[in-house]
Design a protein around this ligand. Structure first.
Ligand code: TYD
Ligand code: MG
Length: 454
């Protein structure tokens, strides 16, 4: 079959079409479909079969020292970056509008400048005066940071090329505008061009680049997915409105662990670091109530205690509600199904609400047992014994599986004054740190031990 001479590719999700359309059917992105010509087509282009130059090959072993990182005074930011800023790296920071990205990056700019780096902050969203006002509010107006307010990519690249900063911060990638691409700023092709040029600048000139990326309604960084592939590190700045906690989470990091978190608190004078997140997430906790269970989780490299809260109530609807904040909805459905079919505890006709306190998002399967405990405790209206933490994974058979880093989880719980842990049999508990451990084989045993016959 002859190949179609034209291919149209969505720049956002890489879906292929034989004709152009305004909206991608696959990912729903508007104006992201562009014609893609094969490499060898066009006048003056050689076919790939023609000989090119030979690429230099080298060994895997190297005598070069690992890249020197620069640590800022913001320890939580350094942790998420994997121990400081790597020279010539490209970092993308995404987050909802108003969550505090510009605030974080201005503080980071100042911290890195004080650590001796030459830092340029380019704002495409706010006028210089506005950025200066924020700097004054943060008490950072004396920091040796150079500031520009511009959106023309060509001018910005020329300036960065001449100035050779150690770190350039671009706020935001969606406002950048390149005259080589004829579509509006913020469009997929503009964002891709800006990200590509800035990443290339980072690699060629050795300046680290931090870019801000807006997120779409469903929480993804807006624009083409390829931007996330281009950069070395992707961070998300998250938080609930109405809560002062902000979590900086690494979802990709070529120079450090992914899934690391840094915790901040938004105050009247900027973001302050939270070095003991467990204490913060549990700070609003009162006396143990039915439906409330403390989970000892691991976020990145450190243990964090959070509280799961469940509410189970008779439903007035024919289709009972299942509402989750901070955890995965399909995982909740799985646990309800296991409770129902393995332990004989029905949730039909009952509305179920599950919430992680403090605006934290948990994705570990290790939280399964804590969720099941919260659901049972809410349903039976029985509180778990005070000072108890719960963790363990639940399999579809109802068996409990031990989870990694059991010792660290217990240690953190001990540190925060917990005395009992409910967990799966078989994990490496070490000395248990003086905690009383209730090790269980399956969910039925858990129900029998803590909720009578269920
Ligand atoms: P901002 O950094 O502008 O958010 P983004 O760049 O992600 O859109 O932060 C905006 C919010 O932060 C705004 O609602 C005010 C609040 N804020 C404080 O509470 N304290 C502060 O010191 C600053 C600078 C901002
Ligand atoms: Mg901003």
């Amino acid at each position: 079959m002859a190949k179609p001479s034209l291919t149209f590719v969505c720049q956002s999700c890489a879906a292929r079409y034989s004709k152009w359309s305004g909206r991608c059917d696959e990912c729903g992105e508007w104006n992201s479909i562009e014609e893609e010509k094969p490499l060898s087509s066009g006048p003056g282009k050689k076919s790939l079969a023609a000989r090119g130059r030979t690429v230099t090959l080298s060994d895997l072993s190297s005598k070069e020292a690992p890249p020197p990182r620069t640590a800022s005074a913001l320890g939580e930011l350094d942790r998420v970056l994997g121990g400081g800023l790597v020279p010539a790296s490209a970092v993308l920071v995404g987050g909802d509008p108003g969550i505090g990205k510009s605030t974080l990056l201005l503080q980071a700019a100042s911290a890195f400048a004080r650590a001796g780096l030459k830092v340029i902050y380019i704002s495409g969203e706010e006028a210089s005066a506005q950025v200066r006002l924020r700097a004054a509010r943060l008490g950072l107006e004396q920091s040796p940071v150079k500031l520009a307010a511009d959106t023309n990519l060509r001018d910005i690249l020329t300036t960065l090329d001449a100035e050779r900063p150690d770190l350039a911060i671009v706020d935001s990638i969606q406002t950048m505008w390149s005259d080589t691409v004829d579509s509006a700023p913020g469009s997929v092709s503009q964002v891709r061009a800006a990200a590509h040029e800035l990443t290339r600048l980072a690699k060629e000139r050795g300046s680290a680049v931090i870019m801000v990326g807006h997120v779409t309604k469903d929480g993804q960084i807006a624009g083409p997915r390829v931007v996330e592939h281009m950069v070395d590190t992707v961070l998300y700045f998250e938080g609930e409105r109405g809560h002062q906690f902000r979590i900086l989470r690494s979802v990709k990091n070529r120079f450090g662990p992914a899934d690391e978190i840094g915790v901040f608190e938004m105050t009247g004078s900027g973001l302050s670091e939270v070095t003991n997140p467990s204490a913060l997430f549990l700070s609003e906790r009162g006396t143990p109530a039915p439906g409330s269970v403390v989970f000892s989780g691991i976020e990145g490299t450190r243990p964090v205690l959070v509280e799961f809260q469940a509410l189970v109530a008779p439903s007035p609807h024919s289709q009972p509600r299942r509402s989750v904040v901070g955890w995965d909805g399909s995982r909740l459905a799985m646990i309800l199904a296991v409770l129902e079919s393995r332990c004989g505890i029905p949730f039909a006709g009952l509305d179920v609400y599950l919430n992680v306190a403090g605006g934290m998002k948990i994705s570990e399967p290790a939280a399964d047992l804590a969720v099941a405990a919260a659901l049972l405790s809410a349903r039976e209206d029985v509180a778990l014994p005070p000072e108890t933490v719960v963790f363990g994974e639940i399999s579809l058979s109802g068996a409990l599986r031990p989870v990694g880093q059991t010792e660290n989880r217990l240690k953190e719980a001990r540190k925060l004054g917990f005395s009992t842990a409910i967990l799966a049999k078989g994990g490496k508990t070490g000395s248990g740190d003086g905690m009383s451990l209730s090790k269980l084989e399956d969910l039925t045993a858990f129900v029998g031990e803590h909720f009578g016959a269920g």
